[in-house]
Design a protein around this ligand. Sequence first.
Ligand code: NCD
Length: 328
Amino acid sequence: VRGLLSVGDLDVATTEELFRLSDAFVEVSARPIPKVPALRGRTVVSVFFEDSTRTRMSFETAARRLSADVMNFAVGTSSLNKGESVRDTIETIEAMGIDAIVVRHRNAGVPHQVAEWSDAVVVNAGDGAHEHPTQALLDAFTLRRRFGRIDGLRVAIVGDVRHSRVARSNVFLLTELGARVTLVAPRTLLPASLEGWPVDVTSDLDAVVGEVDVVYLLRMQRERMGQHFVPSLREYTQRFGLTVERATRLAPDAVVMHPGPMNRGIEIAGEVAEGDHSLVVEQVRHGVAVRMAVLWWLLGSGTDRVPTVSDDGSDVPPGDVGDEEVGR
Ligand code: NCD
């Protein structure tokens, strides 16, 4: 299976290589014309069976900045509403001739199935409460840009871990890169079993908020809660929210992160999301560069050389990423 389905697909060396590529694509993204011809002639299709704005736009922007053709399969208007199965949908899309499928689904495991059905490269853009590997990559990359390292960072991941693919992917990637992760949540919002999770666990945010380098807030996933997991959102905020008052106890260099979309006033105060500690905007910006790196890694000629193809489509010798620009 070719693709990025899980952070388990990434060893440390590959992750470092993706970070190196991402650095280069941050630079490309800052140019007046933020585009390189690296994936010209390739087609990337995003197939989102579950709502998303930022992740879908981030992938599509990344693909366009690499000059790939981009298709978008809008589930709301598709034949899925007429009862077409996921498999038929994927086979139909594939028959159109595509190179990569970026897939999101509310059920865990669907991207793995798609990868079995399809010859295209598959990128998991979030499957149920399972994994969201590019989110974890962009979060780790954002930390690496801020702190210059991940090894030794103390990270608190706070809130609805139970329903969070972001938490799961982040725990495994960050710890593999040497961070120390503490989950902070009420018992009801932890997974049923944490066996094999290399983490500490506490339900006392006040005990850790001044001790960590990173406070990573998770969204309360109300759409995935079939039953009540907390007595009330107000009480949740009192104990687990990063309120303005709590944020005053952050270490001076500590950072605050959130994958979005944020429930302002619940897991994070609006003032904190916009405050000096917040990396929320950097996360979104870096998301595009990291997804460019992933698409290039999967569809280009690998991480051993830089993603540059000359305007006439012929290979150019390795240099810096996107030594040249192309028009839109
Ligand atoms: C996350 C997701 O969908 O898993 N958001 C995202 O990718 N932008 C987190 C969330 O929905 O809470």
